[in-house]
Design a protein around this ligand. Structure first.
Ligand code: SAH
Ligand code: SF4
Ligand code: F3S
Length: 482
């Protein structure tokens, strides 16, 4: 399939000069008021907070890194499991005290929990002033105006088109080296356990030019790694208006274009769906050294009956076939990770055993392991009974964690004695005499600081590993001058 990008050759395009927004009395809702944004949940939510910051800046608000100093506090929330929402409830409880001390303080709940609960959240948490869903962030300044006028600000409209493609995110808590780029929004998959299709709406892909420009701008600002984000990146597809199937850009095509921006720009992506990840994507990864050798491929379960109930649309054999394709095309060194849910409706001990055996077979580098949490109104909540007792779920979770630890440990051991190209992200938390970064497979590597700096690539000989971190020493000067 041809993947011609019409109209512009992004590699030739000059980076537009960032200009301070021109504020008029109409757009200056903020009047320099200070906004504190707190993000929860997945990387997409963190990326969204940067879009929110950009929209608010353009309307005269400043951001602050302290809740105490803020005039507005936005919680960008997650609804994926019940405990994610409980965390927000606790936070709101805490903020109630702050609001008492500071009566003008505006508290907004944004993101997936806002979208799930809508105005019900205002009834339950009366100190909340704004409830704003993930597709309504352009309306935020206006909604603050509504709150200024003494009302509650609510917008939970879900769009079929919104991708915020034209908004240049303001990087928050940035290390200046790695950044997220949202390439699509929403999800059409309807996995039976999952709330995301209800909180984020229909799947839509962002204009390829805006993605490439964002990546190129980041590189020019000194960033050296971008992570392309979507709930199911393999179903990325973008066609220009009036375009033909010839001009369709799929995920492999997008990856190829982003990788060409500069060999010193590392490219990562998440999340791949086992039903959709193609050999074309894997071959594109192989073609470019700067596309990291790491795939996050959530299995959710190792048992075909449970996968069917989960509506994942693949079975155990299909999943293992995709892992075999990764190993065939990218080799054993390719980093692999999964998400697993234990204790899904009606899961027997034997079926749980299939998840354990899948974990052993695949030998993952990283695993995000959860016990099933029923979410209201999902297909599973409507059709099945959440019938696995909490203590059984907990025991199954401990079992899967134990098996995963063994894999992660043995995978880490394989890195020992080898030289890894590490992109330095900053000073290690444990000692300011050490730096940390990640290798191609996404493992964290710590080594002596010497004269190295953030944003440099350093060849590190790994000598040991502790608790998931690789320890080593730089063997020569940086491999590139970036
Ligand atoms: N789009 C990604 C997943 C995003 S949600 C994918 O398809 O893999 C992140 C993870 O949360 C999921 O992979 C799943 O493992 C977990 N999760 C989602 N809903 C859950 C629920 N109701 N209970 C427990 N874990 C859940
Ligand atoms: Fe949820 Fe499934 Fe979509 Fe992932 S692919 S966000 S698990 S519905
Ligand atoms: Fe949570 Fe929403 Fe992400 S539910 S995991 S923040 S898409």
């Amino acid at each position: 399939m041809a993947r011609v990008i019409p109209d512009i050759d992004f590699l030739q395009t000059e980076t537009p000069v960032e200009q301070a927004p021109l504020l008029t009395p109409e757009t200056n809702t903020g009047k320099g008021r200070k906004l504190f944004i707190e993000s929860y949940g997945c990387q997409m939510n963190f990326a969204d907070s940067e879009i929110v910051a950009s929209i608010m800046h353009e309307n005269g608000f400043d951001t602050t890194d302290s809740a105490e100093k803020a005039d507005l506090i936005f919680l960008n929330t997650c609804a994926i499991r019940e405990n994610a929402e409980q965390k927000i409830r606790h936070r709101l409880n805490h903020l109630r005290g702050l609001k008492r001390r500071k009566p003008g303080l505006v508290v907004g709940v944004l993101g997936c929990m806002a979208e799930r609960l809508k105005t019900k959240l205002l009834e339950e948490e009366q100190m909340v002033d704004m409830v704003v869903g993930p597709d309504s962030y352009r309306d935020l300044p206006n909604l603050v105006g509504t709150v200024d006028a003494g009302d509650k600000g609510v917008n939970v409209f879900l769009s079929r088109e919104e991708t915020y493609a034209d908004i240049s995110p303001v990087r928050l808590n940035s290390n200046g080296v790695t950044a997220f780029i949202s390439i699509m929004r929403g999800c059409d998959n309807m996995c039976s356990f999952c709330v995301v299709p209800y909180t984020r709406g229909r799947e839509r892909s962002r204009d390829v030019h805006s993605i490439l420009n964002e990546a190129k701008n980041l590189f020019n600002q000194g960033y050296r790694e971008v992570t392309l984000l979507g709930q199911n990146v393999d179903s990325y597809k973008w066609t220009p208006e009036n375009g033909t199937s010839e001009s369709l850009v799929n995920f492999a095509g997008l990856l190829d274009q982003v990788a060409q921006i500069n060999p010193d720009l590392r490219v990562r992506f998440s999340t791949s769906h086992p039903k959709d990840i193609t050999d074309e994507v894997l071959l594109t990864m192989k073609k470019h050294d700067n596309i990291c050798n790491y795939v996050h491929l959530p299995a959710q379960s190792g048992n075909s009956r449970i996968l069917k109930l989960m509506n994942r649309t693949y079975d155990r054999e299909w999943y293992l076939g995709r892992v075999a394709a990764i190993r065939r095309i990218l080799g054993d060194e390719c980093g692999l990770s999964t998400d697993m849910i234990v204790g899904f409706c009606s899961e027997t001990e034997e079926e749980h055993g299939d998840s354990l055996s899948l974990m052993k077979l695949v030998d993952y580098d990283f695993g995000y392991l959860f016990s099933y949490s029923e979410r209201p109104n999902t297909l599973a909540a409507k059709k099945f009974s959440d019938d696995i007792p909490e203590d059984v779920k907990l025991r199954r979770l401990q079992e899967i964690i134990a098996i995963h630890r063994e894999s992660a440990h043995s995978r880490n051991q394989k890195h020992v004695g080898k030289v890894h190209k590490v992109l330095v992200e900053g000073v290690s938390k444990r000692s300011d005499k050490q730096l940390y970064g990640r290798n191609d497979q996404n493992a964290v590597v710590v080594f002596d600081r010497e004269d190295f700096q953030s944003g440099q690539y350093v060849n590190v000989l790994v000598s040991s590993s502790t608790g998931g971190t690789l320890i080593g020493k730089a063997i020569k000067q940086e491999t590139s001058n970036s």
